[in-house]
Design a protein around this ligand. Structure first.
Ligand code: GLN
Length: 484
């Protein structure tokens, strides 16, 4: 059962071959056995999960089930879920029990999915290795001495280790795609505005986007059917007709134009990653695709631009965590200013503080024009490169991450090295485009490699088709870590 896809699980539930309570208990037992090794989950609430499972079973019995009714889905701990501890990986929110549901959470609840638990993550989603979490690092199930990627590392590890059927992530600069790549699973960041950000704790609001993480493209399509949709409580949520993201899965790829950006295939990418990605491109040619050489000349500026804009937005978003309106309050202080200072100094970790300081700096008088405004202008140029590229191709492909999973602690004291892990993913967020990662082989130390597929705006159904056809022809996505 634990290796089944969402479609298979849904069919088994509807055929009464298994109940949602049994399925939920199976996963809860696995989590009890394996979470100490992996640290993928921060919070479990078996009573709440099993209550949802019983309700799902009633719905299944009544014949009113949807595709995901009764299926246990884990939620990144960035999503507020009513009655659940919601920490965002931070000491600042160590005791925050959310009084309401994020839009994404209520969509899953309405669909009858079971909330299996909250997954570990980098503190406030800032990181590429899951080592900034207040709750300790997550371990990669393929090799527990290595990182799972970040910031949705708990989700990626949980899916890879079969601790849940599928799970959610969020992606501000690569946090769905990079951990998906490093853990050998599939993940999709939708077009900005497709999933509501309501109740998703804000990091950099103009970049943050929720998305599904699962074992294959079909699972992602079923998840996105639930997650996507207009919500008036998020002013950047897009009002569009509801889509069925599974509708194009089975289209042939004959004539598909795949753009390969020369900047992605230059120095920086590991030889092992290059080999796996090139093999995947060769497979696409066999499936009938044609290759187009393209250029994204400004993409090389995406990391510096992101590390001005994302901290700027974060410094504003995180100002609400002051020990009064939200969050941790220092036990001892002399006056009001001292209370703010001590609460924030004790409640936030080092990476979050670094971002708040950079963000405050680039927004301050005298530096705003030189840094923030300049970065916004380059952001536009980066987006325009993609618009030009899509005149010549249908999708863009390349590596998701320059290397496979690195060792825990390897980049911990070098923030710039860590920031470069997202060199291939960040431009997609700056442009607001959809991007995904699917497993395409193994590299050094037998660690998984991810292929990145970048689509044009609202082209998720086509990207899922492109991924699904590859997954019908290959079996990388079915490989699971041994011994768990
Ligand atoms: N790794 C990037 C960062 O640290 C992206 C994180 C994300 O997408 N949430 O900001």
């Amino acid at each position: 059962m634990i290796h089944s896809s969402l479609a298979q699980l849904g069919a088994a539930l509807r055929a009464k071959k298994i109940s949602s309570v049994e399925l939920t208990q199976t996963y809860l037992d696995r989590i009890t056995r394996l979470n100490a090794q992996l640290n993928a989950f921060i919070t479990l609430n078996p009573e709440a999960s099993l209550a949802q499972a019983r309700a799902a079973d009633a719905r299944l019995a009544a014949g009113t089930a949807d595709a995901l009714t009764g299926i246990p889905v884990a939620q990144k701990d960035i999503f507020c879920a009513k009655g659940w501890l919601t920490t965002c990986g931070s000491k600042m929110l160590h005791n925050f029990v959310s009084p309401y549901d994020a839009h994404v959470i209520s969509q899953f609840n309405n669909a009858g999915a079971v909330n299996l638990g909250k997954t570990n993550m980098d503190e406030f989603a800032m990181g590429s290795s899951n080592e900034t979490s207040h709750y300790g690092p997550v371990k990669n199930p393929w090799d527990t001495a290595r990182v799972p990627g970040g910031s949705s590392g708990g989700t990626a590890a949980a899916v890879a280790a079969r601790l849940c059927a599928a799970a959610t992530g969020t992606d501000t600069g690569g946090s769905i795609r990079q951990p998906a790549a490093l853990c050998g699973i599939s993940g999709l960041k939708p077009t900005y505005g497709v999933c509501s950000r309501y109740g998703m704790i804000a990091f950099a609001s103009s970049l943050d986007q929720a998305g599904p993480m699962g074992r294959n493209a079909e699972d992602l399509a079923l998840m996105l059917n639930v997650m996507a949709g207009f919500d008036e409580r998020d002013s950047t949520s897009l009002q569009r007709d509801k889509e069925d993201y599974t509708r194009d899965l089975n289209k042939p790829l004959t004539g598909l134009r795949i753009g390969l950006p020369k900047e992605f295939f230059a120095e920086g990418m590991g030889a092992d990653v290059a080999k796996a990605v090139e093999d995947a491109i060769a497979e696409y040619k066999k499936l009938g695709a044609v290759i187009v050489d393209i250029s994204l000349p400004n993409s090389k500026l995406s990391v510096p631009v992101y590390y001005v804009l994302a901290p700027a937005e974060a410094s504003s978003n995180l100002s609400r965590f002051d020990g009064v309106r939200y969050g941790y309050r220092a036990p001892e202080y002399s006056d009001l200013a001292d209370m703010y200072e001590k609460s924030r100094a004790q409640g936030f970790g080092a990476e979050v503080k670094r971002r708040i300081m950079i963000g405050t700096y680039v927004l301050s008088h005298g530096y705003y024009d030189a840094y923030y405004l300049q970065a916004q202008k380059i952001r536009r140029l980066i987006a325009q490169d993609f618009t030009e590229a899509y005149k010549q191709c249908d999708v863009i492909m390349g590596p998701t991450s320059p290397s496979t999973a690195f060792k825990l602690g390897e980049k911990g004291d070098d923030p710039v090295q860590m920031y470069l892990s997202d060199i291939y993913t960040i431009a997609v967020n700056l442009a607001g485009l959809p991007g995904m990662s699917i497993p395409c082989g193994f590299g050094a130390n037998d660690m998984p490699v991810g292929l990145q597929i970048i689509g044009n705006y609202f082209d998720e159904a086509r990207m899922l088709n492109v991924a699904h056809q590859y997954q019908l022809a290959t079996d990388w996505h079915n490989r699971a870590p041994q011994g768990l």
